[in-house]
Design a protein around this ligand. Structure first.
Ligand code: ADP
Ligand code: MG
Length: 290
């Protein structure tokens, strides 16, 4: 490829809000045949909202929310932001925490008044879930929502259900990707119910759900081993490893710095039309070179 054409392509990309790490990125973009998309914050807005709170016997809902918000205040994840926003709107006092830890792709934990409080997805709950909580979790997941479990030391204190909405442009952009001959795959750490709910709304048939950040890397590798050239689109800390291991990593400009650093190109707008634009640009730039 001539350097001039690549420079022009790179400049045109910048005009379209597509920032390339280097001109050679256009080459890998053109070869892509599969687009793996993270769900939360990529296909969806990532502006999650608290929809329901279920408490264990003897636990006060406001107390549960305030403690969960205290622990989540250390998190950049959309779930954490949703819980903190909800608690702020309720005007609840948020307690102090100590020894905050981010459990990558699983949740968060910290001490409050000497008691370990953990907020995680159902997969990573550190203790046994009772029958009633399991049913509530199954119902929320089946409805396409995302339940997270709050535990106090070794007891389940309750479940907070959050939900997200699909970005208004996602369905049309994915339809266009399919028209261009690309196969979209939804790749998410969220539960299968929430994943399938979103996939159905945007026209994605292939769903890989309930995976850890390492599981996202494995999923990308398996797609590659089956002969596919994989672009990964993501926004979160939990997507960084998969963005780096994909043939092409596309980071949402609205996402975390870690994801942006791991990607080969950044989509400034955080809109999936930019994925279409990036692939169309690479095809156009490189076909004029051949
Ligand atoms: P996605 O692939 O949809 O962006 P993530 O990999 O970021 O999802 O998260 C996967 C799952 O891990 C979430 O659905 C949730 O169950 C759990 N999780 C991640 N971060 C948090 C958090 N801060 N609080 C509670 N649960 C979390
Ligand atoms: Mg995400």
């Amino acid at each position: 490829a001539t350097p001039t054409a690549l420079m022009v392509g790179t400049g045109r990309g910048a005009q379209l809000g597509i920032l390339l790490k280097g001109p050679e990125v256009l080459e890998s973009t053109r070869r892509v045949d599969t687009v793996a998309l993270d769900k939360t914050g990529t296909v969806t807005t990532g502006e999650m909202a608290v929809r329901d709170v279920i408490t264990a016997d003897g636990v006060d809902a406001d107390d549960l929310l305030a403690r969960a918000a205290a622990v989540e205040s250390g998190s950049e994840h959309p779930i954490g932001r949703a819980v903190c926003k909800h608690v702020a709107e309720l005007g609840l006092d948020v307690p102090e925490t100590a020894d905050f830890r981010n459990l990558a792709g699983a949740g968060v934990t910290a001490f409050i008044d000497g008691l370990r409080v953990t907020v995680t997805g159902p997969r990573d709950v550190p203790v046994q879930l009772g029958e009633r909580m399991r049913e509530q979790i199954a119902t929320a997941s089946a409805e396409g929502a995302t339940p997270v479990v709050v535990t106090y030391l070794d007891a389940v204190a309750g479940v907070i259900v959050v939900a997200d909405t699909v970005k208004p442009t996602s369905a049309a952009a994915i339809a266009e990707l399919k028209r261009m001959g690309l196969r979209p795959v939804l790749l998410t750490g969220d539960n299968d119910g929430a994943a399938r709910h979103v996939a159905a709304q945007v026209g994605i048939d292939e769903v890989i759900a309930d995976v850890t950040p390492d599981g996202k890397v494995d999923a990308v590798r398996r797609l590659q081993e089956s002969g596919r050239v994989v672009a990964m689109v993501g926004d979160g800390v939990n997507d960084a490893a998969a963005l780096a291991s994909a043939d092409l990593g596309l980071a949402m400009g609205t996402g975390t710095d870690v994801a942006i650093e791991a990607g080969d190109l950044t989509l400034v707008s955080g809109d999936l039309w930019a994925v279409v634009d990036a692939i169309a640009l690479s095809r156009k730039t490189l076909s004029t070179i051949k």
